[in-house]
Design a protein around this ligand. Structure first.
Ligand code: 5GP
Length: 149
């Protein structure tokens, strides 16, 4: 009797586990230690750093699309928001959100405003498979136009 009751429970556990282990974003595979942001974190590539703490690094985008274009990344190995939101620790999540506000303020964006966004996977147009948030400002961001640039 106990065994029969256990079967659906075990099946549920298995289903939940396989969902977690296969969680990914289309077009973005396993974490690659050779992605450009991993190399920046390993000091193998230079970057103009604007903020750093134990969990977060922020640096200027190499190809800015607005006067201020900063990339904010977790130091942990997360490919995208899918990974990060399900696997990062509360400390890592808290640290990056707190850092976002501090960086926007430090970059002088809080008076006139800014955009903060992340691309995930193929349809999102993600080109670097390490989670990053684009902080854009310094002039009206105008997303419709930015997407055509
Ligand atoms: P995504 O298209 O993945 O959302 O954004 C990737 C961003 O990374 C782009 O805005 C691109 O300009 C930037 N990027 C790519 N390679 C480098 C690099 O080596 N250094 C810096 N600072 N930014 C980079």
């Amino acid at each position: 009797m106990i065994n029969i009751l256990f079967v659906p429970f075990l099946l549920l556990m298995f289903a939940t586990d396989s969902l977690a282990s296969s969680e990914t974003v289309s077009g973005i595979g396993k974490y690659d230690d050779n992605n450009v942001f991993a190399k920046i974190l390993q000091n193998k590539l230079p970057a103009k750093v604007v903020f750093e703490n134990e969990y977060v690094l922020a640096f200027e985008d190499i190809n800015p699309i607005r006067p201020v274009h900063v990339l904010i990344i977790p130091k942990g190995k997360y490919r995208s928001l899918v990974d990060f939101s399900s696997k990062a620790t509360d400390q890592e999540i808290l640290a990056i959100v707190r850092a976002m506000g501090k960086i926007a303020k430090a970059m002088g964006l809080t008076k006139d405003g800014f955009s903060l966004m992340t691309n995930s996977g193929h349809h999102g147009g993600q080109t670097v498979a390490h989670l990053h948030f684009h902080l854009l400002g310094g002039e009206p961001v105008n997303w419709e136009q930015a997407l055509r640039e």
